[in-house]
Design a protein around this ligand. Structure first.
Ligand code: ADE
Length: 236
């Protein structure tokens, strides 16, 4: 799968996406990430990419020209149109179901805004989807883009060593994951639940399922409501 990120701060990305699981997937060629500096596509002699908002108001707005030129440099010669995602607090709030859908795409372009956002016309012209990573405002779209890339990449087949490893985890089935334990069997007087030491796989599975439900009810009752509502709808 390929990602092209249009950003004013390409160097922010390598530190995060050059390491660990994503870093390994990149060196194995499963994932390709390109970071494109929008400033390189400015036609201004001072490499300017922003200007004052028409109508007045605070802050600066990213101009459409440099973003469009950067976008063109990515799509030129392609026989398909990659989906373009703009990271903005005005977007739909990103979740695991969206990550699963996006992991089916072969190529995504992520546009990171800064200042007071981007000129509306670039959204109209090239953007297919607006995503937010939560109802709070960050200084730019770079951290949200990294969050989306990380969440999507780890669902691409072959990125995680063991395909099973995300099937059990929180949010995959709509429920939170059961509690995990490792050695030692006792820590500061707290024992690992006996069932996990029993070697009885059916009992362990049953315990984990119950724990998932209990945890979801106590930590994220909103998620439990969603699951129950979905089940009810399916019965109708
Ligand atoms: N840019 C600034 N804040 C953001 C957010 N919460 N999600 C996505 N992009 C953003």
């Amino acid at each position: 799968m390929r990602f092209d990120v249009l950003t004013l701060f390409p160097s922010m990305f390598e530190a995060v996406l050059g390491e660990s699981i994503i870093g390994r997937a990149r060196s194995r060629g499963i994932i390709t990430l390109n970071f494109i500096n929008i400033r390189d596509y400015s036609e201004d002699k001072h490499r300017r990419v922003d200007d004052y908002p028409y109508g007045g108001g605070k802050g600066m707005v990213m101009q459409p020209g440099p973003i469009y030129n950067a976008y063109k440099s990515v799509v030129e010669g392609l026989e398909y149109k990659p989906k373009v995602i703009y990271l903005t607090p005005q977007g739909k709030v990103f979740n695991q179901a969206m990550a699963k859908e996006l992991a089916k795409e072969k190529h995504l372009i992520l546009l990171c805004g800064h200042y007071e956002g981007v000129d509306e016309r670039i959204i109209e012209e090239i953007v297919d989807m607006e995503l937010s990573i939560g109802d709070y405002v960050l200084t730019g779209g770079e951290i949200p883009a990294m969050a989306v890339i990380d969440a999507v990449c780890r669902l691409v087949p072959g990125v995680l060593g063991n395909e099973e490893s995300f099937k059990d985890e929180s949010h995959y089935s709509g429920l939170l994951e059961y509690p995990q334990y490792t050695r030692p069997p006792e820590f500061l007087g707290r024992r690992v639940p006996e069932v996990l030491l029993s070697g009885h796989h059916a009992n362990i599975e049953k315990w984990r399922k119950e724990q998932s439900i209990l945890r979801t009810c106590s930590k994220r009752p909103d998620l439990m409501d969603k699951i129950l509502l979905k089940e009810k709808k399916e019965q109708i």
